[in-house]
Design a protein around this ligand. Structure first.
Ligand code: AHR
Length: 670
């Protein structure tokens, strides 16, 4: 058993001395031994700062089939046939048709190949055609309208209609079908709708296009959209958007992450190739090793922001790609700087600007409010002269957009960034051990912080309760210090859980929200985050504490330059975390308390500096029996917050926090 878990199973605050022999070392481990009740003190007349109004936001990228096969409504996998330009991927033939990639019959320069279907033996008795399995299935829902579109041209005198359909994978049920006619020997776009009846929801289905007449047909950009959130054309998946809306996020950091950078410079998020007509987007390979059509491009990121009322936090490509390819500062970098300026204009410009006008053309009439621009992502490669590259971007952006706040991805000396982006992926114990770190950051002249990627990486594909506890401990620190930490976001947000084998639908274990083609769920960490992001005030109140239980923790040994370093000495870490904020308008205090121990912990809450405290309040609790309890696609709601009335509140009262629990107590004060 893991030592910390073993300690948790022992009675709380009773003397415990254990000698733990591990493969690496022997260490003495102590649980805190103190029979006094933990005291959480709130000084209601001392405001230490203001909760940043943009503290909680979202971050994701094209990873784990987050957009294609996830948030992006498109149901057809490899709709442009470019996932592999040597062989047909994710499409098959039916009824004796033969299919191949045809590089000689492109739709245009962007979609520079097509799928050729030779259906020379098609007949009424034996229709022939092409089949797409979707992203691990095609979701069928009752009484739903699906929008079909594709480009096609024909040869050999083919003039019959094509039948598009959603059918069960076993071929027994046709859920919806429609005919499309008018093919010629020129490329043309065809559109129709498919309407399902009173069917049960299912996902083991596929999309087919068939003919009953012999002939040759070429296809490009074959698309199938279900109903989307707010019925946006080319829009987003409603259930995932509803989960995100539940977080009330204030910003979206996009497009990445590694996805911004790409493995190679020509695989970066080249935003100008992700705008305009869908059929004009060439697509690109993501660093997470699969193809992106870029159907979910810059305009769609903006639509996502608009739908959830989020500010964009725009990460601009800064001349560095992951295989250590980089552009030196100076004239060679200038085109990339110009691209960033143009991108900012696309997001914020009005109709009189070139790129603002393009955004309007792309369906987003209103300029978006932009405050933060991030230059690059994790530019830690010391050979890549981030300092020089950052300075060039910083000067150009500030000269044209002095109001923008510029975020650096690592420390720089050449300029003073407005914010510094810090990333933390940690175990539960590491999160707890570092939960108080920001308390000691100096406030004078300290660069503000963007905690742009963080997560307790426990549990897979989505975090379990231990993950939620580590996250919550960490979030008490973010919130208590949100005068300094202005923006923060968990990463990654999404994982398609359909195929968890290597090479399947997950590239990064531990992601906030899981889904398959049909269903989705929030992890315990999702619910913890929802509690934090929706229940807080605007004033940070001073707090103090006594008798907080602790445990001895052995920090992990790190590797430096491939060499394992000696393990740092063990240290005591707290096991109860809390912070308090107050809504200045209503006087409501939000007291967040996290009990990471496996025992109920009674805490004394002392409130000073308030004239009066309401006798009753509301307690919201997220808890689990075991730290590795979790939600899943089969059991989506095993762990969810529950709300109960809290009574007998005063300026000095006790509460018992359940084992493994995140608790938010709301109560009115004057
Ligand atoms: O969130 C997953 C990856 O972690 C991001 O792409 C990258 O920025 C970080 O290393």
């Amino acid at each position: 058993m893991h030592v910390i878990r073993m300690l948790r199973s022992l009675p709380s605050r009773q003397v415990v001395l254990l000698i733990a022999a591990t493969a690496f070392q022997t260490a003495s481990l102590f649980a805190q031994t103190n029979n006094e009740i933990p005291v959480l003190q709130i000084k209601a007349n001392q405001i230490t700062g203001w909760v940043s109004p943009t503290l909680y936001g979202l971050m994701t990228e094209e990873i784990n089939y987050s957009y294609e096969g996830g948030l992006y409504g498109e149901l057809i996998r490899n709709r442009t046939f470019k996932a592999n330009t040597n062989e047909v991927k994710y499409w098959s033939a039916t009824g004796g048709a033969e299919i191949s990639l045809d590089h000689g019959t492109p739709l245009n320069d962007a979609l520079n190949l097509s799928l050729k279907m030779d259906a020379s033996h098609a007949s009424k008795a034996s229709p022939a055609g092409i089949v797409n399995p979707g992203y691990w299935g095609i979701p069928v829902k009752p009484r739903a309208t699906y929008h079909v579109s594709f480009y096609a041209k024909a040869a050999n005198g083919f003039s019959d209609s094509l039948t598009v359909a959603i059918v069960s994978t076993n071929g027994r049920t046709t859920f919806a079908k429609a005919k499309v006619s008018g093919l010629t020997d020129e490329w043309k776009k065809f559109e129709t709708t498919l309407q399902t009846g009173r069917v049960s929801p299912s996902k083991d289905n596929q999309f087919t296009i068939t003919t009953t007449s012999p002939g040759t047909v070429w296809f490009q950009e074959v698309s199938l959209f279900p109903p989307t959130y707010k019925n946006r054309p080319n829009g987003r998946r409603p259930d995932l958007m509803a989960l995100l809306a539940g977080l009330q996020p204030k910003f979206l950091r996009f497009p990445g992450g590694n996805y911004l950078e790409g493995d190679h410079i020509n695989e970066r998020f080249d935003w100008k190739k992700t705008i305009g007509d869908q059929a004009a987007r060439p697509g690109h390979r993501s660093p997470w090793k699969y193809w992106s059509t870029d159907g979910f491009g810059l305009p769609e990121f903006l639509g996502w922001c608009e739908d959830l009322n989020m500010q964009p936090v725009l990460a601009v490509y800064a001349g560095y790609s992951l295989r250590h390819e980089y552009v030196k500062p100076g004239p060679n970098l200038q085109p990339y700087v110009q691209d960033a300026l143009d991108e900012i204009e696309y997001v914020t410009g009005d109709a009189s600007t070139k790129w603002g006008a393009q955004r309007i053309k792309d369906g987003h009439p209103k300029p978006l409010k932009l405050r933060y621009v991030e230059v690059g992502n994790e530019d830690w490669d010391t050979n890549s002269d981030y300092d020089g590259r950052f300075a060039q971007f910083y000067d150009a952006i500030k000269a044209r957009y002095p109001q923008l706040q510029i975020i650096a991805t690592t420390k720089v000396k050449s300029r003073t960034p407005d914010l510094l982006d810090e990333h933390y992926y940690r175990s539960e114990e590491e999160m707890e051990a570092h939960a108080l770190d920001y308390d000691s950051y100096p406030r004078t002249n300290h660069t503000k912080i963007f905690c742009g990627e963080w997560a307790t990486r426990v549990g897979s594909p989505t975090p379990n309760m231990a993950g939620a506890l580590g996250d919550s401990a960490w979030m008490t620190g973010l919130e208590r210090n949100s005068d300094l930490v202005l923006i923060s976001c968990y990463a990654p947000l999404f994982v398609n859980v359909s195929d968890l084998r290597p090479g399947g639908s997950m590239q990064w274990r531990t992601d906030l929200i899981g889904y398959d083609a049909l269903n989705s769920y929030g992890s315990p960490a999702y619910y913890a985050q929802k509690m934090f992001s929706t229940l807080h005030g605007d004033e940070i109140l001073a707090t103090d504490s006594q008798n907080i239980p602790t445990e001895m923790w052995q920090p992990p040994a790190r590797r430096r330059n491939g060499v394992e370093q000696p393990a740092p000495p063990p240290r005591q870490i707290r096991k109860i975390f809390f912070d308090a904020t107050r809504d200045s308008a209503s006087g409501t205090i939000f007291l967040k308390m996290v009990n990471t121990l496996g025992t109920p912990e009674t805490v004394k809450i002392e409130i000073s500096g308030a004239q009066s405290i309401a006798y009753t309040g509301i307690m919201t609790v997220l808890k689990a029996d075991k730290p590795d309890d979790t939600n899943s696609i089969q059991e989506p709601a095993k762990i969810r917050p529950a709300t109960e009335a809290a009574t007998s509140l005063s300026n000095d009262f006790t509460r018992t926090l359940p084992p493994y629990s995140v608790n938010i107590l709301e109560f009115k004060t004057r």
